[in-house]
Design a protein around this ligand. Structure first.
Ligand code: SF4
Length: 361
């Protein structure tokens, strides 16, 4: 296998100055294309131009959205912000009415939403309703799950909900390997769920959801990558995706994320936390950029914090800022990024797990 990390940029992506990469584009392209409209294309191009021009106030809507149905999880995976116990936020589940309100406000422009963040999405009893609501508005949907909260009835619900992309996390093809990362998981139950989903899909001919089996690659399971691909073949799912950057061991290279190309999260993909607060991304611990319980989404999108964060790329000095993006490995603060490179910094997980938080909340 040539690439060590999924976030390595191909020469083509470097040429276009995309700091994102072929891995993610390839992974999400099919479900995005299904839901594209002229209105969405114009919005997407306009927002991208504004990003390139480093405009702090966005005239347009976010084309993508990340939604946290819940930050509760049934597992304790050590590399996860929630599983490791580093997420000290209150636990809870998103209010369905609040979710609907945001979909009603910006849904016409959304190409795709990812309904997962820090928690197991299927622990939200209305996840299927959330998918349906988005799907009825012609918005692409993706859910990533540890696939241990599941039943035959749910298989039918999932496959008829309009869900475009289901990511199932399998990180080992035997009990010992699987459970060494999926702490609290149950390999037998996981395999039974895979069989049930495969059976229901074949029996009922429900093939509109792309089923993508993801394999987080660590040193201890690296030798199982090829075997795992063969192992899942009999289920007849659509994809097998090894994710190489599960444990970023290589030293951080500050040049991968260039400061002259603004971070796409700030112009393209806001994140809604379960409690209605809006945050920037999943690279840093969630910081409150606004609260949907007391404000509209678009007021927050061009509110004080978002504008301050975007201004760091052109108008303000990031080394004097307390906004979270000024302390990020993808951010505009070259001085800080150099310091990270000189320290023992290994990417987003280092920040997520760290108790040091020099940014303002
Ligand atoms: S914290 Fe980093 S990854 Fe997140 S929006 Fe800011 S610059 Fe981008």
């Amino acid at each position: 296998m040539k690439k060590k990390h999924n976030f390595e940029l191909s020469p083509f992506f470097r040429l276009l100055q995309f700091e994102h990469n072929a891995f993610h584009v390839k992974r999400h392209l099919a479900s995005m294309m299904k839901h594209i409209t002229i209105k969405k294309i114009f919005n997407l191009i306009s927002v991208e131009l504004q990003r390139r021009l480093k405009m702090p106030v966005v005239k347009g809507y976010p084309p993508f959205l990340k939604v946290e149905p819940t930050n509760i999880c049934n597992l304790n995976c050590p590399n996860c912000f929630t599983g490791s116990g580093a997420d000290i936020r209150k636990k809870g589940k998103m209010d369905f009415e609040l979710y609907k309100r945001v979909m009603d406000e910006i849904g016409d422009y959304l190409v795709k939403i990812n309904l997962y963040f820090w928690g197991e999405p299927f622990l939200h009893s209305r996840l299927i309703d959330m998918i349906r609501y988005a799907s009825d508005k012609n918005i692409g949907t993706c859910v990533s799950t540890n696939f241990l909260v599941f039943s035959e009835k749910m298989a039918v619900d999932i496959l008829t909900s309009g869900l475009d992309h289901l990511i199932i996390c399998l990180d080992g093809i035997d009990k010992k390997t699987y459970e060494s990362y999926r702490k609290g998981g149950d390999f037998e139950k996981f395999m039974k769920n895979m069989e049930t989903l495969s059976k229901v899909r074949k029996e009922k001919g429900l093939y509109s959801t792309i089923i993508d089996v993801q394999f987080l690659v660590f040193d201890y399971n690296r030798d199982q990558i090829n075997e795992a691909e063969k192992f899942i073949k009999p289920f007849g799912f659509d994809r097998f995706t090894p994710k190489m950057d599960a444990e970023q061991k290589e030293a951080y290279n500050p040049d991968i994320f260039r400061s002259d190309v603004p971070c796409y999260w700030l112009w393209h993909v806001p994140t809604l936390n379960w409690d209605g607060t809006v945050t920037t991304c999943c690279d840093m611990p969630p910081v409150n950029f606004g609260d949907l319980k007391t404000n509209t989404f678009m007021n927050i999108w061009n509110g004080e914090k978002y504008v301050k964060a975007r201004r760091l790329y052109k108008y303000d000095d990031p080394s004097k800022s307390k906004i979270v993006c000024a302390f990020c490995h993808r951010g505009p603060n070259d001085e800080y990024k150099r310091k990270l490179a000189e320290s023992d910094y290994h990417g987003a997980r280092t920040s997520l797990m760290s108790e040091e938080k020099p940014w303002e909340d």
